[in-house]
Design a protein around this ligand. Sequence first.
Ligand code: KG4
Ligand code: ZN
Length: 336
Amino acid sequence: IQDINILAIESSCDETAAAVVHNGREVRSNIISSQIDLHKLYGGVVPEIASRKHIEKINQVIEEALKEADTTLDEIDAIGVTYGPGLVGALLVGVAEAKAIAFAKNKPLIGVHHIEGHISANYIEHPDLEPPFLCLVVSGGHTHLVCVKEYGKYEILGGTRDDAVGEAYDKVARTIGLGYPGGPKIERIAREGDPDAIVFPKARIEGSPYDFSFSGLKSAVLNYINGCQMKGQEYNPADIAASFQKAAIDALVEKSMKAVDEFDMYKFAIAGGVASNGALRQAMEEACAKRDMKFYYPSPIFCTDNAAMIGAAAYYEYLAGTRHGWDLNAVPNLKL
Ligand code: KG4
Ligand code: ZN
């Protein structure tokens, strides 16, 4: 009988987070200190500011996570921590903290891949979800179509050639004056717009059916706005948001379903910050229903960066025997 409690730490970007997760699926606490208000002033994440803020917050966040779970470090069975990919200075704060705790308390240390964390967020609320399944990971830094073959065993089928989809949301939002982070704001104003008002191009990548490209779409939106301004025409931000969102979601759905058909999968999941987008969920839900396929997605709080998802991933790594040494380091471009 397993009864494993993992203290998980996440600091790869602009959220300082800690959580206590029991047996990979039960979240006993999930504390997130977001730096969004700080970075908003600059229109995006400033790495140096992120690192400093993580240092300020991390001990407090961990203490809160332990307190809310009504536990202590002595009762914890292992420490899980994101060690890549992400901002190197930001990652280092979490890794150093995790190593210090593991060393001082003589606990196993488990380094976790950030994307493995995002995918594992789906385990938290779906007790029936087990590999194999296909997962689309969509966030500010990543757009990957991943086959989860077994716990901890992944095959990347495709990814973005340029911008991540969340990055495209953020850039388009900035251009139409919505501010950072743009995803939720685009989603909100898109509800008042006409998705068929403007036809933005869909990227096709020869020979790579599961790869994505979003920089062309982003440029098309910028060109459209510049064109309107040059001609002295008014433009409707809601129509732009809705049309951009439609183009982005169409591409995500089309390629995901192509992979689902090709690989004969009957379970499909989405993960990452953009997975909290209601229009994306609805489009995927419909596409999966057509194929009689089960569709999974995490609650919004487990879509954007958090430590509970790292605790879920760390549990399956723990069972597989993964243990890291004191030489564990931050790896900004870590491969899955
Ligand atoms: O997973 P996440 O918190 O961080 C990364 O690992 O990148 O994802 C953040 C990204 C941002 O680009 C944000 O704009 C996007 O997720 N996002 C959304 C929504 N909520 C967050 N994009 C579209 N619609 C949303 N509702
Ligand atoms: Zn993330």
